[in-house]
Design a protein around this ligand. Structure first.
Ligand SMILES: Cc1cn([C@H]2C[C@H](O)[C@@H](COP(=O)(O)OP(=O)(O)O[C@H]3O[C@@H](C)C(=O)[C@@H](O)[C@H]3O)O2)c(=O)[nH]c1=O
Length: 186
């Protein structure tokens, strides 16, 4: 595996180092020991799949609040996505900054997202399936979100004629509104 740091400390792109022969290829995608050498968690307690029949389906930006913050490891098993993360760790040098990459079945790339970041994606092809592992169980009471199109985040979502977004995801606050609400203890 090749682990490449991103512009957000603790978030990594993980590419396979395939061993190929006439049958195809073999490659490791998770290794607890190698992850630990980079300071990453390598144990996951849930794995979920998301199927997106339509291109332009946008999910996010999601995270879980303390004490249920989670590490996520995301990959695409069919199709392709534009994947985006936002650093929400107080005191982080990249607080409020976003990073994005393309994950596809073809590139077999994974994005390792440390705890304290929001995550979202937009499908780029029909019939796109996303597989992710989480370090912490899903806790509905801790589910939080940010507006995908918050101008302050400036995420360059691919243009799309017919974006599909859930009502929940349309209703999340901007980062500034969330910060203000937290400050006022709302
Ligand atoms: C996220 C999640 C949802 N659910 C349930 C809640 C709801 O009834 C249904 C659909 O939930 P959502 O609309 O939140 O699904 P979705 O919008 O696909 O949520 C996902 O978005 C991406 C961007 C992520 O990063 C994921 O961690 C997850 O938050 O599934 C679970 O049972 N377990 C889970 O882990």
């Amino acid at each position: 595996m090749k682990l490449t740091p991103t512009s957000l400390a603790g978030a990594f792109l993980i590419d396979i180092e395939p061993v190929e022969d006439e049958r195809g290829l073999f490659a490791r995608t998770v290794c607890e020991e190698e992850f630990a050498r980079h300071g990453l968690a390598g144990r996951f307690v849930q794995q979920s799949v998301s199927w997106n029949p339509h291109p332009g389906t946008l999910r996010g930006l999601h995270f879980q609040s303390a004490p249920d913050q989670e590490v996520k490891l995301v990959r695409v098993t069919r199709g392709a996505i534009f994947d985006a993360i936002v650093d929400l760790r107080p005191g982080s040098a990249s607080y409020g900054k976003a990073f994005h990459t393309e994950l596809s079945a073809g590139n077999r790339r994974q994005l390792y997202i440390p705890a304290g970041m929001a995550h979202g994606f937009q499908s780029l092809e029909a019939d796109t399936e996303v597989l992710y592992q989480m370090s912490t169980p899903f806790r509905p009471a801790s589910a939080r979100g940010l507006r995908w199109d918050d101008p302050a985040l400036n995420i360059p979502w691919p243009a799309c004629a017919a974006r599909k977004i859930s009502a929940n995801d349309r209703a999340w606050p901007t980062l500034a509104a969330r910060t203000l609400a937290l400050t006022l203890n709302l």
